[in-house]
Design a protein around this ligand. Structure first.
Ligand SMILES: O=C(CO)COP(=O)(O)O
Length: 134
């Protein structure tokens, strides 16, 4: 599956801990990330990640483009709900596209735990049907 990993600055430590904890699951998938998040994860875990631009420079939109092509299978986006983001419209647009295409989206650690375990258990096989149709 193709998985996107994104975290706002105050959530990056959480994302790093999450990817360390679930490296054994994540390493079986094709990983994408916004620029700084991807760098932090790579440094901490050694996971292979395709890095897009940093979020404020268009990274969320690049990931959104893959969602719009129905190519992204899950998005882990640890948002910071307490800090204003200069690129808030991009953040909203990505979340909206996940809803348009029914892409599983975790915006906090609690949901992420459940989603990543579903990934391990094979709950994402329905995505293969979508890929076959495309
Ligand atoms: O801003 C972001 C998501 O909206 C994340 O971007 P970075 O991973 O480059 O910090």
């Amino acid at each position: 599956m193709k998985i996107a990993l994104i975290a706002h600055d105050k959530k990056k430590d959480d994302m790093v801990q999450f990817t360390i904890a679930y490296k054994h699951i994540l390493e079986k998938h094709v990983l994408f990330a916004t620029g700084t998040t991807g760098l932090r994860i790579q440094e901490a875990t050694g996971l292979k990640i395709h890095r897009f631009q940093s979020g404020p420079l268009g990274g969320d939109q690049e990931i959104g483009a893959l969602v719009a092509k129905n190519e992204m299978d899950a998005v882990f986006f640890f948002r910071d709900p307490l800090t204003a983001q200069p690129h808030e419209p991009d953040v909203s647009a990505l979340i909206r596209l996940c809803d348009v295409y029914a892409i599983p989206l975790a915006t906090n650690m609690g949901t992420a735990e459940i989603l990543v375990k579903g990934l391990e258990r094979g709950d994402f096989t329905w995505r293969n049907i979508i890929h076959e149709k495309n």
